[in-house]
Design a protein around this ligand. Structure first.
Ligand code: FEO
Length: 396
Protein backbone atom coordinates (compact mmCIF):
# COMPACT_ATOMS: atom_id res chain seq x y z
CA UNK A 1 0.00 0.00 0.00
CA UNK A 2 0.90 3.67 -0.09
CA UNK A 3 0.95 6.60 2.31
CA UNK A 4 -2.24 8.65 2.07
CA UNK A 5 -2.36 12.39 2.69
CA UNK A 6 -5.25 13.03 5.10
CA UNK A 7 -4.56 16.76 5.60
CA UNK A 8 -1.94 18.90 3.93
CA UNK A 9 1.40 17.42 5.03
CA UNK A 10 -0.22 14.89 7.36
CA UNK A 11 -0.03 11.33 6.05
CA UNK A 12 -1.48 7.97 7.05
CA UNK A 13 1.54 5.64 7.13
CA UNK A 14 0.04 2.70 9.04
CA UNK A 15 -0.55 -0.93 8.17
CA UNK A 16 -3.52 -3.05 7.16
CA UNK A 17 -3.90 -6.44 8.85
CA UNK A 18 -6.19 -8.32 6.47
CA UNK A 19 -5.87 -11.67 8.21
CA UNK A 20 -6.32 -11.14 11.94
CA UNK A 21 -9.42 -13.00 13.11
CA UNK A 22 -9.03 -12.79 16.89
CA UNK A 23 -8.00 -9.60 18.65
CA UNK A 24 -7.49 -10.73 22.27
CA UNK A 25 -10.81 -12.54 22.19
CA UNK A 26 -12.70 -10.11 19.93
CA UNK A 27 -13.59 -11.65 16.58
CA UNK A 28 -12.14 -9.49 13.85
CA UNK A 29 -13.75 -11.30 10.95
CA UNK A 30 -12.83 -8.51 8.55
CA UNK A 31 -9.34 -7.78 9.88
CA UNK A 32 -8.15 -4.43 11.19
CA UNK A 33 -5.69 -1.61 10.61
CA UNK A 34 -2.98 -0.14 12.81
CA UNK A 35 -2.91 3.52 11.90
CA UNK A 36 0.11 5.76 12.32
CA UNK A 37 0.45 9.32 11.05
CA UNK A 38 3.42 11.27 9.78
CA UNK A 39 3.41 15.07 10.02
CA UNK A 40 5.81 16.84 7.68
CA UNK A 41 6.72 20.17 9.24
CA UNK A 42 9.87 21.87 10.51
CA UNK A 43 9.88 19.16 13.15
CA UNK A 44 8.93 15.95 11.35
CA UNK A 45 6.74 13.94 13.67
CA UNK A 46 5.49 10.37 13.70
CA UNK A 47 2.33 9.76 15.71
CA UNK A 48 2.22 6.15 16.93
CA UNK A 49 3.78 3.05 15.49
CA UNK A 50 2.15 -0.29 14.59
CA UNK A 51 1.92 -3.87 15.83
CA UNK A 52 5.39 -5.35 15.66
CA UNK A 53 4.99 -7.78 12.72
CA UNK A 54 3.86 -4.79 10.61
CA UNK A 55 6.83 -2.52 11.32
CA UNK A 56 8.33 -3.03 7.86
CA UNK A 57 5.09 -1.84 6.30
CA UNK A 58 5.20 1.29 8.46
CA UNK A 59 8.83 2.00 7.59
CA UNK A 60 8.17 1.35 3.91
CA UNK A 61 5.34 3.89 3.95
CA UNK A 62 7.53 6.46 5.68
CA UNK A 63 10.36 5.86 3.18
CA UNK A 64 8.02 6.68 0.31
CA UNK A 65 7.81 10.18 1.79
CA UNK A 66 11.09 10.86 3.57
CA UNK A 67 14.22 9.26 4.94
CA UNK A 68 13.03 7.86 8.34
CA UNK A 69 16.22 9.21 9.91
CA UNK A 70 14.85 12.73 9.35
CA UNK A 71 12.00 12.18 11.84
CA UNK A 72 12.51 14.50 14.82
CA UNK A 73 9.68 13.54 17.16
CA UNK A 74 7.79 10.38 18.01
CA UNK A 75 4.45 10.73 19.80
CA UNK A 76 3.24 7.61 21.63
CA UNK A 77 -0.46 8.16 22.22
CA UNK A 78 -0.98 4.66 23.62
CA UNK A 79 1.35 1.89 24.77
CA UNK A 80 -0.79 -1.16 23.92
CA UNK A 81 1.21 -3.47 21.69
CA UNK A 82 -0.90 -2.92 18.58
CA UNK A 83 0.41 0.68 18.55
CA UNK A 84 3.62 0.69 20.56
CA UNK A 85 4.76 -2.80 19.62
CA UNK A 86 7.44 -1.46 17.29
CA UNK A 87 8.52 1.62 19.26
CA UNK A 88 11.88 -0.01 20.05
CA UNK A 89 12.74 -0.72 16.40
CA UNK A 90 11.42 2.66 15.25
CA UNK A 91 13.40 4.58 17.87
CA UNK A 92 16.53 2.59 16.99
CA UNK A 93 16.03 3.50 13.34
CA UNK A 94 15.00 7.14 13.55
CA UNK A 95 16.81 8.17 16.73
CA UNK A 96 14.26 10.87 17.55
CA UNK A 97 15.13 14.04 19.37
CA UNK A 98 12.10 13.50 21.62
CA UNK A 99 9.58 10.79 22.45
CA UNK A 100 6.35 12.34 23.73
CA UNK A 101 4.01 10.39 25.97
CA UNK A 102 1.63 10.90 28.89
CA UNK A 103 2.85 10.37 32.48
CA UNK A 104 1.25 6.92 32.52
CA UNK A 105 2.58 6.29 29.04
CA UNK A 106 6.11 6.89 30.33
CA UNK A 107 5.58 4.56 33.26
CA UNK A 108 4.09 1.87 31.08
CA UNK A 109 6.69 2.06 28.31
CA UNK A 110 9.29 1.36 30.99
CA UNK A 111 7.08 -1.46 32.31
CA UNK A 112 7.25 -2.91 28.79
CA UNK A 113 11.04 -2.86 29.25
CA UNK A 114 11.78 -0.03 26.85
CA UNK A 115 15.08 1.69 27.65
CA UNK A 116 15.06 4.35 30.36
CA UNK A 117 17.44 6.54 28.41
CA UNK A 118 15.13 7.29 25.48
CA UNK A 119 14.61 11.06 25.16
CA UNK A 120 11.17 10.93 26.79
CA UNK A 121 9.22 14.14 27.13
CA UNK A 122 6.23 13.62 29.39
CA UNK A 123 3.21 15.75 28.47
CA UNK A 124 -0.10 16.36 30.20
CA UNK A 125 -3.51 17.64 29.20
CA UNK A 126 -3.30 21.21 27.97
CA UNK A 127 0.36 21.06 26.97
CA UNK A 128 1.24 21.67 23.36
CA UNK A 129 4.28 21.62 21.13
CA UNK A 130 5.04 23.60 18.01
CA UNK A 131 6.22 21.65 14.99
CA UNK A 132 6.72 24.82 12.90
CA UNK A 133 3.54 25.66 11.03
CA UNK A 134 1.48 23.15 12.98
CA UNK A 135 0.91 22.69 16.69
CA UNK A 136 0.12 19.49 18.56
CA UNK A 137 -2.03 19.82 21.68
CA UNK A 138 -2.22 16.87 24.05
CA UNK A 139 -5.27 15.62 25.89
CA UNK A 140 -4.92 12.72 28.31
CA UNK A 141 -7.78 10.24 27.90
CA UNK A 142 -7.14 7.87 30.79
CA UNK A 143 -8.75 4.44 30.35
CA UNK A 144 -9.76 5.21 26.78
CA UNK A 145 -8.45 2.68 26.28
CA UNK A 146 -5.66 2.24 28.88
CA UNK A 147 -4.41 4.50 31.68
CA UNK A 148 -1.74 5.91 29.36
CA UNK A 149 -3.96 6.86 26.42
CA UNK A 150 -4.01 10.38 25.05
CA UNK A 151 -5.23 12.33 22.03
CA UNK A 152 -3.08 14.57 19.83
CA UNK A 153 -4.96 17.52 18.36
CA UNK A 154 -3.70 19.74 15.54
CA UNK A 155 -5.71 22.98 15.71
CA UNK A 156 -4.42 24.37 12.40
CA UNK A 157 -5.97 21.36 10.66
CA UNK A 158 -8.91 20.84 13.04
CA UNK A 159 -7.58 17.30 13.17
CA UNK A 160 -8.03 15.03 16.18
CA UNK A 161 -5.72 12.01 16.24
CA UNK A 162 -7.75 9.94 18.65
CA UNK A 163 -5.79 6.75 19.37
CA UNK A 164 -8.25 3.89 20.07
CA UNK A 165 -11.32 6.12 20.41
CA UNK A 166 -13.67 6.40 17.42
CA UNK A 167 -12.00 3.43 15.72
CA UNK A 168 -13.22 0.17 14.31
CA UNK A 169 -11.65 -3.15 13.42
CA UNK A 170 -12.09 -3.31 9.68
CA UNK A 171 -9.38 -3.88 7.08
CA UNK A 172 -10.10 -1.82 3.97
CA UNK A 173 -8.21 -0.48 1.00
CA UNK A 174 -10.06 2.82 1.56
CA UNK A 175 -8.79 5.21 4.19
CA UNK A 176 -11.80 7.52 4.69
CA UNK A 177 -15.36 7.14 5.94
CA UNK A 178 -16.78 8.77 2.80
CA UNK A 179 -15.18 6.06 0.63
CA UNK A 180 -16.86 3.10 2.33
CA UNK A 181 -20.40 1.96 2.97
CA UNK A 182 -21.61 4.00 5.95
CA UNK A 183 -23.99 1.29 7.20
CA UNK A 184 -21.22 -1.29 7.30
CA UNK A 185 -18.86 1.22 8.88
CA UNK A 186 -21.30 1.87 11.71
CA UNK A 187 -21.72 -1.88 12.29
CA UNK A 188 -17.96 -2.20 12.85
CA UNK A 189 -17.83 0.98 14.95
CA UNK A 190 -20.73 -0.29 17.10
CA UNK A 191 -19.02 -3.62 17.65
CA UNK A 192 -15.79 -1.84 18.60
CA UNK A 193 -17.54 0.36 21.16
CA UNK A 194 -19.55 -2.54 22.62
CA UNK A 195 -16.50 -4.72 23.09
CA UNK A 196 -13.74 -2.27 23.93
CA UNK A 197 -15.13 0.92 25.39
CA UNK A 198 -18.55 0.14 26.87
CA UNK A 199 -17.20 -0.27 30.40
CA UNK A 200 -15.61 3.17 30.20
CA UNK A 201 -18.86 4.87 29.17
CA UNK A 202 -18.87 7.32 32.12
CA UNK A 203 -15.38 8.43 31.05
CA UNK A 204 -16.52 8.79 27.44
CA UNK A 205 -19.31 11.09 28.63
CA UNK A 206 -16.79 13.09 30.66
CA UNK A 207 -14.41 13.31 27.72
CA UNK A 208 -17.10 14.47 25.29
CA UNK A 209 -17.99 17.20 27.78
CA UNK A 210 -14.34 18.16 28.16
CA UNK A 211 -13.84 18.38 24.39
CA UNK A 212 -16.90 20.59 24.13
CA UNK A 213 -15.70 22.80 26.99
CA UNK A 214 -12.27 23.16 25.41
CA UNK A 215 -14.04 24.28 22.23
CA UNK A 216 -11.95 22.03 20.00
CA UNK A 217 -13.02 22.56 16.42
CA UNK A 218 -12.93 19.13 14.80
CA UNK A 219 -13.45 18.48 11.13
CA UNK A 220 -11.49 15.25 10.95
CA UNK A 221 -10.95 12.38 13.40
CA UNK A 222 -8.05 10.06 12.71
CA UNK A 223 -8.23 6.99 14.96
CA UNK A 224 -5.63 4.25 15.31
CA UNK A 225 -7.93 1.58 13.86
CA UNK A 226 -10.12 1.67 10.77
CA UNK A 227 -10.97 4.62 8.58
CA UNK A 228 -10.42 8.35 9.08
CA UNK A 229 -13.63 10.29 9.73
CA UNK A 230 -13.50 13.00 7.08
CA UNK A 231 -16.99 13.11 5.60
CA UNK A 232 -19.02 12.80 8.77
CA UNK A 233 -17.05 13.01 12.04
CA UNK A 234 -20.22 14.23 13.72
CA UNK A 235 -21.82 10.82 13.12
CA UNK A 236 -19.30 8.99 15.26
CA UNK A 237 -19.28 11.67 17.98
CA UNK A 238 -23.07 11.47 18.21
CA UNK A 239 -22.94 7.68 18.26
CA UNK A 240 -20.40 7.77 21.12
CA UNK A 241 -22.68 10.12 23.02
CA UNK A 242 -25.61 7.71 22.55
CA UNK A 243 -23.65 4.54 23.31
CA UNK A 244 -21.97 6.00 26.37
CA UNK A 245 -25.34 7.03 27.76
CA UNK A 246 -26.30 3.36 27.24
CA UNK A 247 -29.48 4.36 25.44
CA UNK A 248 -31.46 1.16 24.79
CA UNK A 249 -34.12 0.19 22.27
CA UNK A 250 -37.26 -1.94 22.53
CA UNK A 251 -35.14 -4.97 21.91
CA UNK A 252 -34.30 -8.24 23.66
CA UNK A 253 -31.27 -10.49 23.39
CA UNK A 254 -31.61 -14.14 24.35
CA UNK A 255 -28.41 -16.05 24.96
CA UNK A 256 -28.41 -19.77 25.67
CA UNK A 257 -26.51 -23.01 25.60
CA UNK A 258 -28.18 -26.37 25.66
CA UNK A 259 -27.22 -30.04 26.08
CA UNK A 260 -30.22 -31.93 24.70
CA UNK A 261 -32.32 -29.05 23.33
CA UNK A 262 -34.61 -28.66 26.37
CA UNK A 263 -33.14 -25.25 27.25
CA UNK A 264 -33.29 -24.40 23.56
CA UNK A 265 -37.02 -25.18 23.44
CA UNK A 266 -37.49 -22.88 26.42
CA UNK A 267 -35.48 -20.15 24.66
CA UNK A 268 -37.63 -20.40 21.55
CA UNK A 269 -40.84 -20.20 23.58
CA UNK A 270 -39.56 -17.03 25.32
CA UNK A 271 -38.71 -15.59 21.89
CA UNK A 272 -42.27 -16.28 20.72
CA UNK A 273 -43.61 -14.40 23.73
CA UNK A 274 -41.39 -11.41 22.95
CA UNK A 275 -42.33 -11.44 19.27
CA UNK A 276 -45.99 -11.61 20.26
CA UNK A 277 -45.36 -8.26 21.99
CA UNK A 278 -43.64 -6.88 18.86
CA UNK A 279 -40.22 -6.73 20.50
CA UNK A 280 -37.24 -6.94 18.19
CA UNK A 281 -35.45 -10.06 19.42
CA UNK A 282 -32.05 -11.56 18.70
CA UNK A 283 -31.34 -15.10 19.78
CA UNK A 284 -27.89 -16.58 20.19
CA UNK A 285 -27.01 -20.23 20.68
CA UNK A 286 -23.56 -19.93 22.25
CA UNK A 287 -22.33 -22.94 20.32
CA UNK A 288 -22.58 -20.99 17.07
CA UNK A 289 -22.09 -17.37 18.03
CA UNK A 290 -19.04 -15.44 19.10
CA UNK A 291 -19.09 -13.45 22.32
CA UNK A 292 -18.12 -10.18 20.62
CA UNK A 293 -21.02 -10.46 18.14
CA UNK A 294 -23.41 -11.08 21.02
CA UNK A 295 -22.08 -8.07 22.93
CA UNK A 296 -22.64 -5.90 19.87
CA UNK A 297 -26.33 -6.79 19.87
CA UNK A 298 -26.53 -6.46 23.65
CA UNK A 299 -25.26 -2.85 23.45
CA UNK A 300 -28.74 -1.40 22.93
CA UNK A 301 -30.92 -4.29 24.15
CA UNK A 302 -33.28 -3.35 26.98
CA UNK A 303 -33.57 -7.00 28.05
CA UNK A 304 -30.85 -9.63 28.25
CA UNK A 305 -32.17 -13.12 28.96
CA UNK A 306 -29.83 -16.03 29.62
CA UNK A 307 -30.49 -19.77 29.63
CA UNK A 308 -28.32 -22.78 30.35
CA UNK A 309 -28.57 -26.43 31.23
CA UNK A 310 -26.78 -27.64 34.36
CA UNK A 311 -23.60 -29.64 33.77
CA UNK A 312 -21.62 -31.08 36.69
CA UNK A 313 -23.35 -28.74 39.15
CA UNK A 314 -22.47 -25.69 37.04
CA UNK A 315 -23.70 -23.61 34.18
CA UNK A 316 -22.39 -24.69 30.79
CA UNK A 317 -18.88 -23.33 30.17
CA UNK A 318 -19.90 -21.13 27.23
CA UNK A 319 -22.45 -19.38 29.45
CA UNK A 320 -19.76 -18.74 32.05
CA UNK A 321 -17.63 -17.27 29.25
CA UNK A 322 -20.23 -14.79 28.00
CA UNK A 323 -21.36 -13.78 31.48
CA UNK A 324 -17.79 -13.14 32.61
CA UNK A 325 -17.14 -11.14 29.46
CA UNK A 326 -20.38 -9.16 29.69
CA UNK A 327 -19.93 -8.39 33.39
CA UNK A 328 -16.53 -6.90 32.62
CA UNK A 329 -18.04 -4.65 29.95
CA UNK A 330 -20.61 -3.27 32.41
CA UNK A 331 -23.89 -2.88 30.54
CA UNK A 332 -26.31 -1.01 32.84
CA UNK A 333 -30.05 -0.45 33.24
CA UNK A 334 -31.18 -3.74 31.70
CA UNK A 335 -33.97 -6.16 32.42
CA UNK A 336 -32.59 -9.64 33.04
CA UNK A 337 -33.99 -13.13 33.36
CA UNK A 338 -32.54 -16.63 33.73
CA UNK A 339 -33.89 -19.98 32.64
CA UNK A 340 -32.78 -23.52 31.93
CA UNK A 341 -33.39 -27.24 32.25
CA UNK A 342 -31.65 -29.67 34.58
CA UNK A 343 -31.53 -33.35 35.42
CA UNK A 344 -31.07 -33.61 39.19
CA UNK A 345 -29.19 -30.84 41.05
CA UNK A 346 -29.95 -27.81 38.79
CA UNK A 347 -27.63 -25.14 40.19
CA UNK A 348 -26.96 -23.38 36.87
CA UNK A 349 -29.98 -21.08 36.72
CA UNK A 350 -29.28 -19.64 40.17
CA UNK A 351 -25.66 -19.14 39.15
CA UNK A 352 -26.77 -17.15 36.11
CA UNK A 353 -29.15 -15.11 38.26
CA UNK A 354 -26.27 -14.25 40.57
CA UNK A 355 -24.29 -12.87 37.63
CA UNK A 356 -27.28 -10.81 36.48
CA UNK A 357 -27.74 -9.46 40.00
CA UNK A 358 -24.06 -8.57 40.19
CA UNK A 359 -24.51 -6.60 36.97
CA UNK A 360 -27.39 -4.82 38.75
CA UNK A 361 -29.93 -5.86 36.13
CA UNK A 362 -33.58 -5.52 37.10
CA UNK A 363 -34.91 -9.06 37.64
CA UNK A 364 -38.67 -8.65 37.90
CA UNK A 365 -39.64 -12.26 37.20
CA UNK A 366 -38.68 -15.52 38.92
CA UNK A 367 -36.21 -17.91 37.23
CA UNK A 368 -37.75 -20.55 35.03
CA UNK A 369 -36.23 -23.93 35.73
CA UNK A 370 -37.54 -27.24 34.44
CA UNK A 371 -36.66 -30.89 35.03
CA UNK A 372 -35.39 -32.72 31.93
CA UNK A 373 -37.71 -31.90 29.00
CA UNK A 374 -40.24 -29.05 29.03
CA UNK A 375 -43.93 -29.98 29.14
CA UNK A 376 -46.54 -28.01 27.21
CA UNK A 377 -47.22 -26.13 30.43
CA UNK A 378 -43.52 -25.33 30.90
CA UNK A 379 -43.36 -23.93 27.39
CA UNK A 380 -46.47 -21.88 28.01
CA UNK A 381 -44.76 -20.46 31.12
CA UNK A 382 -41.74 -19.57 29.02
CA UNK A 383 -43.99 -17.92 26.43
CA UNK A 384 -45.66 -15.95 29.22
CA UNK A 385 -42.25 -14.88 30.55
CA UNK A 386 -41.38 -13.56 27.09
CA UNK A 387 -44.66 -11.66 26.93
CA UNK A 388 -44.19 -10.19 30.41
CA UNK A 389 -40.67 -9.03 29.59
CA UNK A 390 -41.93 -7.63 26.29
CA UNK A 391 -44.64 -5.64 28.05
CA UNK A 392 -42.14 -4.32 30.56
CA UNK A 393 -39.78 -3.26 27.75
CA UNK A 394 -42.58 -1.26 26.14
CA UNK A 395 -43.53 0.38 29.45
CA UNK A 396 -40.02 1.70 30.10
FE1 FEO B 1 -5.69 -0.46 19.74
FE2 FEO B 1 -5.79 -0.21 23.18
O1 FEO B 1 -5.09 -0.63 21.50
Amino acid sequence: MFPVEIKQNVYWVGAVDWNIRDFHGYSTYKGTTYNAYLILDDKITLVDTVKNPFKDELINHIRQLIDPGKIDYLIVNHVEMDHAGSVREVVDLIKPEKVFCSPMGHKNLLAYNLPEDYPYEVVKTGQSISLGKKTVQFLETRMLHWPDSMFSYIPEDKLLISSDAFGEHWATSERFDDQVDMDELMIHATKYYANILLLYSPLVQKLLGEVQKMGLAIDMIAPDHGVVWRGNPKAIIEAYDRWSKQVTADKAVIIYDTMWHSTEKMALAIVDGLIQENISTKIFNLRYNDRSEIMTEALDAKAIICGTSTLNNNMLPRMADILTYMKGLKPVNRIGAAFGSYGWSGEAVEQVTKYLEEMKFTLPFPDVKILYGPTAEDLQNCFTLGQQIGQMIKEQ
